[in-house]
Design a protein around this ligand. Structure first.
Ligand code: GTP
Ligand code: ZN
Length: 233
């Protein structure tokens, strides 16, 4: 627990965000929560742009360079702008893309599969990229969803600080909760740069996570069909 003396607000650093324990609602809150810790994210406070840029200057000095030399003068601004792009998932509602479904599909009820959806994320331990492909399939219940919307859900969660396991489970939860299909299958394969360019330095390791719900869960044949359609790796 930390106490912010400027505002006399009690802050806690448990979980993914800074939690304001009073009932005030500052204007600069991050708007959209991850599915499983909704209350926590709804209360996550955002520092000012100036504070974020000052933090980048500090890191430049920490690594041993001079933030006042010409080539680095605008770098804090660029980094903060790049972070807005790289971490845009924090400002997006993961359930929004799935809100609209199409029922006029002539009764189509079989599997819909998106194969090889490229994504980029960053590991929450080192803030270093991990990237790869997601393969996602579902059996429609009441209608189908626009294909790009499933890719948007993947990006909304990928563009946050993540572990691959959490990413997998959050994508599944969002689809289950919002679309409520008869079943969902998800396979994610990714390379973690924190394992290849630093630390243990093992290049080319593919980490694979998977999750099956609904009609996929206890049906090995459906799981095998999904894996066959995804293709031999
Ligand atoms: N389970 C899981 N681990 C991850 C993921 N991304 C990175 N890691 C691992 O997170 C671990 C963090 O380990 P720590 O021992 O706390 O940190 P560290 O001292 O920097 O570890 P090294 O990476 O081994 O140098 C490492 O083993 C990483 O490979 C992920 O998505 N899921
Ligand atoms: Zn890492």
């Amino acid at each position: 627990m930390l106490v912010d003396t400027k505002t006399s607000t009690t802050l806690s650093h448990e979980g993914q965000g800074t939690i304001l324990n009073n009932n005030k609602t500052p204007e600069n809150l991050h708007p959209f929560p991850a599915v499983e810790n909704k209350d926590e994210w709804a209360l996550c406070e955002r520092p000012s742009r100036d504070e974020a840029e000052a933090a980048v200057r500090t890191l430049i000095k920490w690594i041993g360079d001079n933030p006042d030399r010409e080539g680095l003068l605008d770098t804090p601004k660029r980094v903060v702008r790049a972070y807005e792009d790289l971490y845009h998932g924090y400002r997006e509602d993961p359930s929004a893309p799935l809100a609209r479904t199409f029922e006029e599909v002539n009764g189509y009820k079989d599997m819909v599969l998106l194969r090889d959806v490229e994504f980029y994320s960053a590991c929450e331990h080192h803030m270093v990229p991990f990237f790869g492909k997601a393969h996602i399939a579902y059996y429609p219940r009441n209608g189908v969803v626009g294909l790009s919307k499933l890719a948007r859900v993947i990006d909304t969660f990928a563009r946050r600080l993540q572990t691959q396991e959490t990413l997998t489970s959050q994508i599944m939860d969002a689809i289950e909760t919002t679309l409520a299909p008869r079943g969902v299958a998800l396979l994610i394969e990714a390379e973690h740069m924190c394992m290849s360019m630093r630390g243990v330095q093992k290049k080319g390791v593919s980490t694979v996570t998977s999750s099956f719900t609904g009609v996929f869960e206890n049906d090995i044949e459906k799981q095998n069909r999904f894996m066959t359609l995804v293709g031999e790796r």
